[in-house]
Design a protein around this ligand. Structure first.
Ligand SMILES: Nc1ncnc2c1ncn2[C@@H]1O[C@H](COP(=O)(O)OP(=O)(O)OP(=O)(O)O)[C@@H](O)[C@H]1O
Length: 568
């Protein structure tokens, strides 16, 4: 992982938070060697190796899997039932800081609240003999998506779509529960094989996620002045320290999709500040130009650019909308609208932070440049404080917060708002008055997405065979209305199959077998996605993950049950 992809967490503001001189910067994890560290960032001493330690009399730590920003992850075994698991232990450096203990356990709480098959499962938590805290996760065997990208990107559309759909589902489930991830990046998407699907995705690392419910703890956490995020995937509003809502995740997923289909990230620079500047002020280079060899379809490009609109009011307003867009690729659905970004940049600030490539300037509606200029100035000041290699977003929020009215449903801050305090986070269903764009989708859309699994890749049409609804496989097919739905499944060299789907529920899976035929199919699609080796495999069968074990074992150590806030 490059330094640019590292999560930056920087704290300041009260005695419980990380002190100003100890920013926490996540670093790439490796099982064998310590990760490279940005020489310009403060170094946190490595946590002691706890391999061989028995936790809660039942989890034996077998080997270190990697080191992240806040803790170390071990492979472990439940000694009684001999089940493998992964255990994340908070770096002892942070164990005495209740703010960080709370944040760490929040990761467990957030992932546990979501309860989705594409989100890593958390099963237990407790305290170590050395006084730190840990939580237990399902053990994932595979690799994170950044490795896949390094090795195989650009990915064919069918594969990129399947992966992105799962990320979207996981995050939509999070958003439905009032949780915003805020640090989506390929490193936080683990790719495992499950039931024959080599691209099964598990979203990890809700460590800086926001629980936006009234008692979700977000107020306490944000009021202490943590700053966080990964510059490469960071939305412009996050980079500017504005209030973050679920559309920051939409942006990050847009960047991930960009990377999946091009093999490159849209913005690079020599330092964090350079990347943030580009997210704020430059148009992403067109994916089709970045990777002409990848044959990126215009509608795929439009999807990416819409997800990455600088103005969040112009993005897909939910991941559900993005999923619909993905699903519509190759159909006769109306194309998505991408509004040119206004990408003018402030004319103040030291020139050393200016990106090297010329900005693409297009007219649009956007935040006034003057306001950006002010924010930019603060960003530069903080960057300078950090030696110019990293930008702490800390402080930017305060500059913006004074210009933005607090959402009506947000209680007034209990602490005095100081320059250092970042802004509160909104609930995913609320937006802070986007200037343009459609309203949030209704809570219960009249469409469900079902998985149509077939023995051979098949196109899914309406019963008349006139409207293509999508393809079989993991991307899923969106059905409007309650049903029953008659669907026509059509595959090359196979007999058409007419099926009926009665009262489908979201994510429900239907399996069908198409009979081979000798003669050629009567319908040939011209806009079929490129063939992907992964498609030729047996259609994935997704098995439900088992329910978590009873959490709460750590209470004898006086820990607050991280699962308690979700009532279970
Ligand atoms: N459940 C798991 N099963 C297997 N490996 C895991 C699991 N959870 C995390 N890992 C691996 O452990 C390493 C550290 O993970 P962690 O989430 O702490 O760090 P990170 O994502 O690199 O850091 P950051 O906190 O900066 O996002 C990573 O290589 C990650 O892929």
């Amino acid at each position: 992982m490059s330094n640019q992809a590292a999560t930056l967490i920087y704290g300041k503001g009260n005695s419980e938070a990380v002190s100003e001189d100890s920013p926490v910067v996540s670093s790439p994890a490796t099982a064998q060697a310590d990760p490279p560290v940005d020489p310009l960032l403060p170094v946190i001493p490595p946590a002691p190796d706890l391999t061989g330690t028995l936790l809660l009399d039942r989890y034996c730590l077998l080997r270190k899997l990697g080191v992240g920003g806040m803790g170390t992850v071990y492979e472990a075994e439940h000694v009684t039932i001999k089940k493998r698991c992964a255990i994340k232990i908070l770096n002892p450096e942070f164990a005495h800081r209740s703010e960080l203990v709370e944040r760490f356990l929040q990761e467990a709480r957030a992932a546990s609240m979501i309860g989705h098959e594409n989100v890593v499962e958390i099963t237990d938590f407790g305290a170590t003999p050395t006084g730190s805290v840990f939580f237990v996760m399902e053990m994932l065997v595979g690799e994170d998506l950044s490795e896949t990208i390094k090795r195989s990107a650009p990915l064919p559309w069918s594969r990129a779509a399947g992966i992105t759909m799962q990320i979207c589902r996981a995050l939509q489930a999070a958003h439905d529960k009032g949780i915003i991830h805020r640090d989506m990046k390929p490193e936080n998407c683990f790719r495992i094989e499950r039931s024959g699907n080599p691209d099964f995705i598990k979203v990890l690392d809700f460590g800086i996620a926001k629980l936006t419910g009234e008692d979700g703890g977000s107020g306490r956490l944000t009021s202490t002045g943590m700053i966080f995020g990964t510059p490469t995937y960071m939305s412009p509003e996050q980079a500017q320290g504005e209030r973050v809502d679920h559309r920051a995740d939409v942006y990050a997923v847009g960047v991930i999709l960009y990377e999946l289909v091009t093999g490159k990230v849209p913005f690079t620079a020599d330092n964090f500040m350079g990347i943030l500047t580009k997210h704020m002020f430059e148009d992403p280079p067109a994916p089709s130009e970045v990777a002409p060899e990848a044959g990126i379809l215009p509608e795929v490009e439009a999807l990416i650019l819409k997800a990455m609109q600088k103005d969040r009011g112009l993005r897909f307003q939910s991941l559900r909308e993005l999923m619909d867009g993905i699903q519509a690729v190759g159909t006769d659905a109306a194309p998505v609208v991408v509004v040119p970004n206004r990408v003018s940049r402030p004319n103040t600030g030291p020139t050393q932070f200016r990106p090297r490539t010329a900005p693409i300037t297009l007219p649009t509606v956007e935040t006034p440049a003057s306001r950006r200029g002010g924010v930019f100035g603060v960003a530069l000041a903080v960057a300078a404080m950090l030696g110019g290699s990293a930008v702490a977003l800390y402080g930017l929020g305060a500059a913006e917060a004074t210009e933005q009215p607090a959402p009506k449903d947000t209680p007034p801050p209990t602490q005095q708002v100081v320059v250092a305090a970042p802004p509160p986070v909104e609930t995913p269903t609320k937006v802070d008055a986007p200037p343009v764009g459609p309203p949030d989708p209704p809570a219960a859309p009249a469409r469900v997405r079902v998985i149509v699994a077939t023995n051979t890749p098949a196109e899914v049409f309406d019963a008349a065979g006139t409207h293509r609804l999508g393809m079989s496989g993991d991307v899923g097919v969106a059905l409007a209305g309650a049903g029953p739905h008659k669907l026509l499944l059509r595959a090359a060299q196979h007999e058409d199959l007419l099926v009926e789907v009665k009262e489908p529920s979201e994510g429900q899976r239907f399996e069908y077998t198409l009979k081979p035929k000798a003669k050629k199919p009567s319908v040939v699609k011209t806009n079929k996605p490129p063939k992907d080796p992964a498609d030729s495999k047996k259609p994935p069968v997704e098995t439900p993950t088992p329910p978590p074990e009873n959490p709460g074992s750590g209470t004898k150590f006086g820990l607050k049950d991280p699962f308690k806030k979700m009532g279970g």
